[in-house]
Design a protein around this ligand. Structure first.
Ligand code: ADP
Length: 365
């Protein structure tokens, strides 16, 4: 079931179209991320959903309810939208205790005292804050304050929780902990969550599905593995993770397309069983895009390289502790590649890189 639907949603500031006719469904109970570089329109989208920003075109519906619709002239104010927000500057009130902070949204909604107490106790237990209920909020660590902000947002079980860069203010260890915490709360409470981030790891690790945004538009929507392993646009391909690119020429028949890799008129490798995008024909120069983590470097065996092994030469190596970082000459390209420290290669060594064609992306150059 669809919990939140954005249709043709648009917001323009003076000449800048911050959000440009985006269509997006967030399913009930899922964690959905809007990911993209700074200025791509993520926050504006989140603020429009929250009711903090006017919309210039399109509509926002939650379940059966229309929250905003330019055609109909509908615009529900934020407090009528049954959603909660946790923003980066999670303002918790310093003069209140943890329990008072968490109870605040219920007071605002005039929930009766007994019911209020029950719900606050419940959410403090779920968020692991029971022991701190009577502590002044100012005496909490950054991570604990963020948890209070989460508890306060969740206490009236909103239909949708909006989070703005939920992990970015936390140190590395707390970030891992909060990531697990948010996923657990999502599962236990079944609350749909929509968050924005510019951090690909935050999006890939927390979201069930995500949308990559660029210049006010959506480039691609899907599960983390869909976007990382089968990017549909060059922007998504280059935004997520790292890639090495080796140039070659497309060849073969429709049943078995392959890429020939040459260097100085000599065949240095062949990748068989690739799936180039439609429109590319034999003889076209292509870029073979590989994730460094999918590639193995091996000592070069004598003779011609086997299929899906590409001859390469080590240019330089850097010891990183847990791994080595190599610069390799492959065909007519130079690439940077991490490798486990189990096998050591020296500059000048002749090696092969072993490629899995299933994990190879072929793009026009
Ligand atoms: P992101 O959250 O992805 O960093 P934003 O949604 O904040 O991006 O901004 C998208 C674009 O809209 C940017 O070009 C930004 O400068 C512009 N913008 C956002 N808010 C305003 C505003 N209140 N007035 C003018 N321009 C704005």
């Amino acid at each position: 079931a669809v919990q939140l639907r954005l249709t043709g949603l648009t917001r323009t500031f003076n000449e800048v179209t911050a959000v440009d006719h985006i269509d997006l469904d967030v399913r009930k109970g899922e964690i959905f991320a809007l990911l993209g570089p700074s200025g791509c329109g993520k926050s504006t989208t989140l603020r429009m959903v929250a009711g903090l920003e006017k919309i210039d075109d399109g509509s926002i519906t939650m379940g059966e309810r229309t929250l905003a619709d330019v055609q109909q002239g509908t615009f529900l104010p934020s407090e009528k939208r049954d959603l909660a927000m946790v923003f980066q500057s999670y303002a918790i009130w310093p003069h209140m205790t943890v329990a008072q902070n968490v109870a605040f949204p219920l007071r605002m909604r005039r929930v009766k005292r007994a019911e209020r107490r029950r719900r606050v106790e419940e959410i403090l237990a779920v968020t692991g804050l029971e022991a701190m209920a009577d502590r002044p909020a100012t005496l909490l660590s950054g991570g604990q304050q963020q948890r209070v902000a989460l508890a306060r947002a969740l206490v009236y079980t909103p239909d949708l929780l909006l989070l703005d860069e939920p992990l970015s203010n936390l140190d590395a260890k707390l970030r891992t902990q909060m990531r697990r915490e948010i996923r657990r709360l999502n599962q236990e409470l079944g609350i749909t969550m929509l968050f924005v981030t510019h951090d690909q790891y935050e999006a890939l690790s927390m979201a069930d599905r995500l949308a990559v945004m660029n210049k006010g538009r959506i480039e691609q929507i899907g599960r983390p593995t869909d976007l990382y392993e089968r990017p549909k646009t060059p922007f998504v391909r280059d935004f997520l993770g790292r890639l090495i690119v080796v140039e070659g020429v497309l060849d073969g028949d429709p049943a078995e397309r392959r890429v020939l890799l040459d260097q100085g008129g000599r065949r240095v490798g062949l990748i068989a069983g690739v799936e180039p995008p439609a429109g590319l024909k034999n003889g076209d120069r292509v870029g073979v895009h590989l994730r460094p983590e999918d590639v193995d470097i091996k000592r070069r065996p004598p003779g011609e390289p086997a299929p899906n092994q590409v001859a390469a030469r080590v240019v330089s190596s850097v010891y990183l502790g847990d791994s080595f970082e190599y610069v390799l000459d492959i065909a007519s390209s130079q690439v940077l590649l991490d490798a486990p420290r189990r096998v050591v290669h020296q500059p000048g060594d002749e090696v092969v890189i072993e490629v899995d064609p299933q994990r190879t992306m072929v793009w026009p150059l």
